[in-house]
Design a protein around this ligand. Structure first.
Ligand code: ATP
Ligand code: MG
Length: 574
């Protein structure tokens, strides 16, 4: 492709609203153009990269035995009511929905479990027809609260979503492992550094799921991992062990302490000089269900925070919200900051995090404004409520697997997510088969997503320098760009064009910068748009020499023009 013909319009400035490097370079170069918040135009160069990513995914899906299909993006409400997810997604405000002229309500698919299950249940009736894995690479819509970071979080994006159907757990386990292996090959081929982490299943549901995280400071996900064993988890899911806290056996009786207007753990530490890990805070939450609400008070050790996702999973509700100030005052008859396990309104269920078991002689509230109890003992002064794993694991906590090393923290970009769904959809949607014993049973499903378009941003976050993008070879829109230093007719231009034609004819993916602009301008553009090999034809063309710059290593080599093609072939095949 000649640059004089290419639909490419680079600029000199970074867009003001771009926050991370991939968005800055993608939009400075206009490879990616913002239409409106969350929606983008993809330029020809970017579309080529996207197609390469799609092709790598397709190849590995084929190898994994998955068959490509296409599902409608618009789906009927009834289908989503069958799975019970319509209200859930509408309530979360994540789903675009509309009505057609006949007043049929539909949604723009944020994910496609329902459609795939419906498609498969129409034809599969016996275990003999299984296993099956189907997938698509299609547009998804999610009305994200805050679309941002270029292609990282958009309202319209391209996802590869695969769904496996099996008749027993062993089949599902095998499909899951096959897809996991395919994902590793996909991300290795693209050239991404990633870690596989334990993940929360979120609104998709099911048991057991892992995320593929591209490590980058700009990532929106926090990963906790252990250097010693292979434990790694999204903080949403992560567990950890706590150091033992040593208490003096004071034997002192419970005491009511006047704590005027002293509410937060920090203020209480300052006022009482009691360490925060010897306090128990009481936080009141509202669990929201389709048809009701329920209030729950959670006891948590004072130095720890609550992981609301764990809480939501425990109560299996649509949403978890902290109770509002008014709700707390009405329910506890005390100001916010003084709630506690004593004298608690019986309408509120009391539970605790496991960490409270490690606390003896602690401070807590008693639902009386301006007072706290100190020297409280579970068993002696109040019964220990039922406890669950509800805390937010932290960096430096002990690894929950080996119990020896301290957890470390990294940021990650979620590029893939695999789930064992089990029978969550097949049961509700009547996707039944006859098993070996002749019983009608729901199929066992797995689902496997990749953020095809998000990979573009993730790859640039890992592969760039201060001049621009450096595309990994596997997804570079073109591999080579040829730049003559002058644009006046003559031997330099002629030779450059001759080599361009030769490389083109021999199947190389090559650009030729034949634009009537300065050499500096051409070079800056080539660097910004990230072409891995830049070949410059200058004065030494007459001596049979050109200059080759390898962006990845920032090396510039002078080379015989006659050697160029072999060198490029060797380098690109490596
Ligand atoms: P996130 O936690 O980042 O919002 P998710 O867990 O909701 O993502 P999944 O339902 O697991 O996303 O979707 C599968 C894949 O689709 C994700 O791993 C991610 O790579 C991609 N993806 C999800 N939401 C977006 C989005 N808004 N923009 C671009 N890609 C996305
Ligand atoms: Mg996910």
């Amino acid at each position: 492709m000649k640059l004089s013909k290419l639909f490419l319009f680079t600029t000199k400035e970074f867009p003001k609203d771009a926050e991370i490097i991939s968005d800055k370079y993608l939009r400075k170069s206009n490879l990616l153009v913002k239409s409106h918040s969350g929606f983008f135009y993809y330029s020809p160069l970017l579309t080529r990269s996207l197609h390469k990513i799609r092709a790598i995914i397709d190849k590995e899906m084929e190898r994994a035995g998955a068959q490509e299909v296409l599902m409608p993006i618009l789906m009927k409400k009834e289908l989503w009511e069958e799975s019970g997810r319509w209200d859930n997604y509408i309530n979360a405000k994540i789903m675009f929905h509309l009505r057609n002229r006949k007043d049929v309500e539909m949604c723009l698919g944020p994910t496609h479990e329902e459609a795939f299950t419906d498609f498969v249940r129409r034809f599969i009736t016996s275990y003999k027809q299984l296993p099956i894995i189907l997938y698509q690479q299609n547009t998804k819509f999610r009305d994200e609260i805050r679309p941002r970071f270029g292609l990282m979080r958009t309202s319209e994006f391209i996802m590869k979503d695969a769904y496996s159907f099996d008749y027993n757990q062993a089949g599902l386990d095998a499909a899951y492992q096959t897809m996991r292996a395919a994902y590793k090959r996909i991300f290795d081929t693209i050239g991404l550094h990633y870690i596989i982490v334990q993940a929360d299943s979120g609104a998709i549901g099911g048991s057991g799921s892992e995320e593929f995280m591209v490590t980058a400071d700009s990532g929106e996900d926090t990963i906790l991992y252990c250097d010693d064993c292979d434990y790694a988890a999204n903080v949403e899911k992560a567990e950890s062990l706590l150091d033992t806290v040593i208490y003096e056996e004071t034997g002192t009786a419970i005491q009511k302490l006047h704590t005027p207007d002293i509410k937060s753990v920090e203020e209480l530490v300052e006022f009482t000089k009691i360490p925060n890990n010897q306090m128990i805070k009481t936080i009141i939450f509202k669990m929201i269900y389709e048809d009701r609400e329920k209030f729950v008070a959670v006891l948590m050790r004072g130095d720890l925070e609550i992981n609301e996702i764990k809480l939501q999973n425990l109560y299996d509700c649509l949403e978890v919200k902290k109770a509002s100030e008014e709700e707390v005052v009405t329910l506890t008859k005390a100001q916010v900051g003084f709630a506690g396990p004593f004298n608690l309104n019986p309408e509120i269920e009391l539970i605790g995090d496991h960490s409270i078991k490690s606390v003896k002689y602690f401070l807590c509230g008693l639902n009386t404004t301006d007072y706290h109890y100190i020297n409280v003992c579970f068993g002696r002064d109040i019964a220990m409520p039922k406890t669950y794993e509800l805390k937010l694991a932290r960096e430096h906590d002990l690894c929950p697997r080996c119990g020896k090393q301290r957890l470390k923290q990294k940021m990650g970009i979620e590029v893939g997510h695999i789930f064992k769904l089990g029978t969550k959809y097949s049961e509700k949607m009547n996707a039944l088969i006859l098993d070996e014993a002749g019983n009608k049973v729901p199929m066992k499903m797995g689902c496997y997503g990749i953020g095809t378009s998000r990979i573009i941003s993730a790859a640039i976050e890992q592969h760039h320098d201060d001049k621009g993008i450096i595309w990994p070879i596997a997804i570079a829109p073109y591999h080579i760009t040829i730049i003559p230093t002058i644009d006046k007719p003559g031997v330099i231009i002629d030779k450059a064009e001759e080599i361009y034609n030769k490389l083109n004819d021999n199947g190389f993916e090559v650009l030729f910068d034949d634009r009537g602009v300065s050499f500096g301008f051409k070079m800056k553009d080539a660097e910004l748009i990230g072409i891995p090999y830049i070949v410059v034809f200058g004065k030494k063309t007459v001596d049979g020499l050109c200059e080759l710059t390898i962006r990845k290593t920032n090396q510039t080599i002078e080379m015989g023009i006659d050697k160029l093609q072999d060198f490029l072939r060797d380098s690109l095949n490596k």
